[in-house]
Ligand binder design. Sequence first.
Ligand code: SF4
Length: 343
Amino acid sequence: MIIHYSQLQTYLICPRKWMYAYWQRIAPDVQRDYFVFGTVFHEVIQYVLVNGLESEEPWPVSNSITYIDRSGEVQIVENPEAVTREWAQQWLLSWNMAVGFTLDNKSVVGTEIEVHVPADNWMLVGKIDAILEYPGGQRMIVDHKGCNSLPSPGYHMHADLQGSLYCLLAMKNELIETPWFVYHYYKRKVPPKPKLLKDGKLSTSRNQGTDKIRFFQAVEEYGLDIQDYADFYASLPDQNMVATFQSQRTQEQLNEATWTLFKTMDEIIETTKQLEAIGVEPGVNAPVPNMAGVIRIVRRDCSTSCIYKSICEAELMGWDSRPCRERFTVVPERYRLEESEGD
Ligand code: SF4
């Protein structure tokens, strides 16, 4: 059985969500803004890292972009090249400021690198956004993230699984020697300009907005000049902002990630057996009976932004979910065994 990292992550958030997304493989007809934004953003950054901003190569995003905004309206971006070039410029600017990486001193080891970890009856596949090498040979794994709200720096410094797992995957595949991982966040909707107190510190009053406080706390934490970031922030033309968090991983974190990986993979395999036993077929958009026997598919942490909420609630209540499923279609599998075996 092949599992890619995002499946693992989804299963850990909610096994039921995993079932809709990766077993039934259903997705809304028109994607939400954050999903479309994240996909486009990855393509653009990959292009910039490989070719540079001034390249003559065709820009990766040329067709209009359609998405559903937060109010549920369908929006269309007619000239995505202009919009996404602006994103790329801002990304580069923030990146240079945060980690001293410029297109002049870059050495891109690779982008969209697929790495595998095989075990007895499963294989984990991960796709690393980029591995960069600095003059002097130090390598870092980079993960780009488009988001609606920035996470707390503490979360990413110490507690995330993705950073540790990607380090493990890259080390196992001899792509890096030391586990160094960087998240680069790009957030479209910025809060208002931050309020700096007379002593140069941030106001942490709640009405300043948690995103703004977190972003500038991260800047402070890395010993960067708050005022530089305030100027940078003020110069952003189109309500965009970015933040970077980077950290080394300890052996303890890597051990914990390995343990979680093995445990979760076993759980996923057990869940697929249970689904098969009650006749829930893979790749079919059909109601799932809310049977007590499916013990591993339970609500662990419910998110109000979950795209499957209407279907899930109907099924947990024992109602007919078919009307809710009409807006959803089955999407193709991302990985097939033959493809991975041939790599
Ligand atoms: S609505 Fe909640 S319980 Fe249901 S699939 Fe989504 S996250 Fe899981």
